[in-house]
Design a protein around this ligand. Structure first.
Ligand code: NAG
Ligand code: NAG
Ligand code: NAG
Length: 463
């Protein structure tokens, strides 16, 4: 399909991609600032990364390839032999070029809402772990993938290109003024990507804008009455493409841990609420903590939903690795979970356990990352991978869906949905619940693996 909502007026366009562009633009500015600085003087990192763990290097090099599989538009330097150009005319009816961007999953759709999440997580990974990615030559591929998405999202904005920092700020004001969830404007997307609320997106966007601009009004926003209203302080939530609250809490802990000088008492107190809640999230994840969640398989995988089961453990592990590196960098020795103390190493061990599970350390002895290890899913629910390149059926190839042969093309880097609660997996092409990879899954596994490459602290400042 083309792009959702393409027959609607421009204002609808604006609404769908609003938060998307705010967040993605804010992180893009931050990344640009960081890399301008990086190339103009010595890097501001606390020291070169330590020894690289080969296993995570190999897995990362596999995982980043799925972004190439998912690209829409006219492909440049295409490295996937079975992929071709597609969706070249998207946006042409409203005179904008929306040919780029990435398909969300196995069925060739483009949705801005999860695509923005993908771009933001990829950006976050680059900001925290760009130096580590660079050591294993994955920084440039990650930046290329990110740009492929931001080119699309920025083109999605109907007004003229003004300075990105103004762009994001104006959009934030718009979203904040006309508060409602994007599904109210575009009810058709509910069955695919339902949004359960907009409060988390507003806080997430303001947090990124604060990091990008250091404009105190964003800090005031998240620590003031809006933070109180939407922050859900004290209650851990699952981080996902729909609910970004836990991500905002970890990101604002960064401010609390690294640079709270100059903030007013209200802001300090507000930031502490985010940090407390971020730590409640982490305490829920650590397997032997008094507040450990019981949402786990016997093998120790965080398990929350039957559909795309791996998204929650991997997103959770990404937050844990980031938080553990914040602890290292800020020399925070431990966090407290109902009186018990946990170190950065404990958080790292948890993050590793989830990654290792995905990579084959599980009862199925199977890697859920296609192309990694000796045994991985061969019937991934993915149109491009399951239809032979010389097929004359176009996209209407149900005989390929129903074929009992493994996929003719390997969707290298795809992280599939994953196991049932009982840790079994049915490798069947029609099993989209377990066997469909998503682009946002790739962002979180790439983030997690980048953090696991080596033990190191993160950069203190994005700016
Ligand atoms: C989408 O989420 C909203 C808010 O949680 C809920 O009211 C609605 O029923 C959901 N729609 C679908 C199709 O699940
Ligand atoms: C595992 O769980 C799935 C989904 O609930 C079920 O269909 C399957 O039969 C179970 N397998 C075993 C071996 O219990
Ligand atoms: C899915 O495919 C498997 C064979 O691979 C078959 O046994 C099963 O009946 C199919 N299920 C559906 C719902 O089509």
């Amino acid at each position: 399909m083309g792009v959702n909502g393409k027959k609607k007026g421009c204002w609808i366009w604006l609404f769908i991609i609003l938060i998307a562009v705010v967040v993605v633009t804010a992180v893009a500015i931050t990344i640009k600032k960081k890399y301008d600085e990086y190339h103009s003087k010595a890097p501001s990192v606390p020291g070169p990364p330590g020894a690289i763990t080969k296993k995570y290097e190999d897995a990362l090099k596999t995982a980043t390839q799925f972004f190439n599989v998912q690209k829409s538009g006219k492909l440049v330097n295409n490295k996937v032999p079975w992929r071709g150009d597609s969706a070249l005319k998207d946006g042409s009816e409203v005179d904008v070029d929306l040919s780029k961007g990435m398909y969300d999953a196995g069925d060739n759709m483009k949705f801005n809402f999860p695509m923005a999440f993908t771009a933001t997580i990829l950006s976050w990974a680059i900001l925290e772990y760009g130096d580590q990615m660079n050591v294993v030559k994955q920084l440039e591929p990650a930046q290329d993938s990110l740009k492929w998405i931001t080119d699309y999202l920025i083109n999605s904005h109907p007004s003229e290109n003004v300075l990105y920092i103004q762009h994001a700020g104006q959009l934030f004001t718009f979203a904040n003024t006309y508060r409602r969830s994007y599904i109210v404007s575009i009810p058709e997307v509910q069955t695919y990507y339902n949004s359960t609320g907009y409060g988390d997106e507003l806080l997430w966007a303001a947090s990124w804008l604060y990091h990008a601009t250091k404009d105190m009004s964003y800090l005031e926003f998240v620590t003031g009455k809006d933070g109180q209203q939407f922050g859900n302080f004290g209650n851990p939530t699952w981080f996902s493409w729909d609910n970004k609250l836990a991500g905002a809490q970890v990101l604002l802990s960064r401010v609390n841990l690294f640079d709270d000088e100059g903030d007013s008492m209200d802001e300090k107190l507000g930031l502490q609420m985010y940090r407390k809640t971020a730590e409640a999230v982490i305490c829920g994840l650590l397997p032997d903590s008094p507040s450990a969640t019981s949402s786990r398989t016997d093998g120790g995988l965080i398990w929350v939903s039957e559909w795309n089961a791996l998204q929650h453990p991997v997103a959770s592990a990404f937050l844990a690795i980031v938080y553990s590196d914040y602890m290292l960098t800020s020399q925070t020795v431990s966090i407290y979970c109902s009186g018990k103390t946990y170190t950065a190493a404990n958080l790292r061990d948890f993050a590793k356990s989830q990654a290792d599970y995905v990579l084959g350390d599980n009862p199925m002895k199977m890697s859920y990352l296609v192309g990694y290890g000796d045994k991985y899913p061969e019937y991934v629910h993915h149109r491009g991978a399951s239809i032979p390149t010389d097929a004359k059926t176009g996209c209407k190839g149900f005989k390929w869906l129903e074929s009992t042969e493994p996929n003719p093309n390997v969707a290298v880097g795809a992280m599939v949905g994953g196991p049932f609660l009982n840790e079994t997996y049915i490798d069947s092409r029609n099993n989209s619940m377990q066997g469909e990879p998503t682009t946002y899954n790739s962002a979180i596994i790439v983030g997690l693996l980048s953090g696991l490459l080596t033990t190191s602290s993160v950069v203190k400042s994005f700016a």
